[in-house]
Design a protein around this ligand. Structure first.
Ligand code: G1P
Length: 300
């Protein structure tokens, strides 16, 4: 019997330097894709997978994330007076229930592994999900739900992976693939931001994890790795010595919204998915693509 995954951790302390000046006073996790902030997509994915408690590891300047997951009574009164019931309903659906959120701070930018370790007391001695909100997922069912299915069968630790172009490998954690199927195979090795030559495959860690709580002890002893930071991947390598790691090549597509191109592409694709604006957006896109590329065949 596997223990239920009830808690999800969202590391949101990063400075977002790649999006300056937009992120000077606003957290990068609040950048909108169409009309929802990035962090909302990750929370919705977690909720769909049955998560009941949402732990945010924040930093200075991140207060609006906490506000975003709280009620906004003045706004609710105004929407109510204007009889905007669909908007009221949409806002309440996005909101965790009272007591379902916790916020703690990573006081110094010491790396992703350190950020996760900051959540140890809130998570306690239970398996937990870890979602990096920069990685925006387009998939049905959600990526974490797909991982939970594998976890329920195999237990241990589960990591979402995807194939990338070799030139992108050095920006990610990379896994080695052992026995099994695409939706559940043994991970044989892991390495953080390897060169193409040292990478065991082109399967990258996609920013979704289910981890056993033993990881916290390992993180507390973990020395600095790639980029001079405490890396979650290095602690997972140690945990792998005595616990199982399953890779899930999920059905879906990720957008790395930590990069400008990934973020902009996500906005286009997610807008196309939206019934309320897709048609109008498509016709505007057609016009600008024709103009920009001076090539009618692209869109006709
Ligand atoms: C982190 C992880 C890396 C993973 C990536 C996914 O790297 O350390 O293993 O592949 O997220 O986005 P970061 O993007 O924080 O450098």
């Amino acid at each position: 019997m596997t223990k239920k995954v009830r808690t999800a951790v969202f590391p949101v302390a990063g400075l977002g330097t790649r999006f300056l000046p937009a992120t000077k006073a606003m957290p990068k996790e609040m950048l909108p894709v169409v009309d929802r902030p990035l962090i909302q997509y990750a929370v919705d994915e977690a909720r769909e997978a049955g998560i009941e408690h949402f732990v945010f590891v924040t930093g200075r300047n991140k207060g609006v994330i906490e506000d975003h997951f709280d009620r906004q009574v003045e706004l609710e009164i105004t929407l109510h007076q204007r009889q905007k019931n669909d908007m009221l309903q949409m806002l309440s659906e996005g909101l965790p229930k009272p007591g379902q959120t916790s916020f703690t701070r990573q006081q110094e930018p010491l790396g992703l592994g350190h950020a996760v370790w900051c959540a140890r007391d809130i998570v306690g001695n239970e398996p937990f999900a870890l979602l990096l909100p920069d990685m925006l997922m387009r998939s049905k069912p959600g990526v974490l739900s797909q991982m939970i299915d594998s976890y329920n069968e195999r237990g241990g630790n589960v990591i979402a992976v995807e194939e990338v172009d070799p030139k992108e490998i050095s920006s990610y954690g990379v896994v080695g693939r052992g026995k099994g199927e695409d939706n559940a195979f043994d991970i044989t090795e892991m390495i953080e931001k390897p060169s193409v030559e040292k990478a065991p495959s082109n399967l990258i860690i996609s920013g979704r994890y289910i981890l056993q709580p033993e990881i916290f002890d390992l993180l507390s002893k973990q020395s600095k790795g790639a980029g001079g930071e405490i890396q979650i991947t290095d602690a997972m390598v140690k945990l792998m010595e005595h616990d199982r790691f399953t890779g899930v090549k999920y059905d879906g597509h990720s957008f790395d919204c930590g990069s400008k191109v990934g973020f902009l592409t996500a906005n286009v694709v997610f807008a196309m998915d939206r019934e309320d604006i897709a048609e109008e957006f498509k016709s505007e896109l057609r016009k600008v693509v024709k103009e920009l590329f001076n090539d009618v065949s692209i869109v006709d």
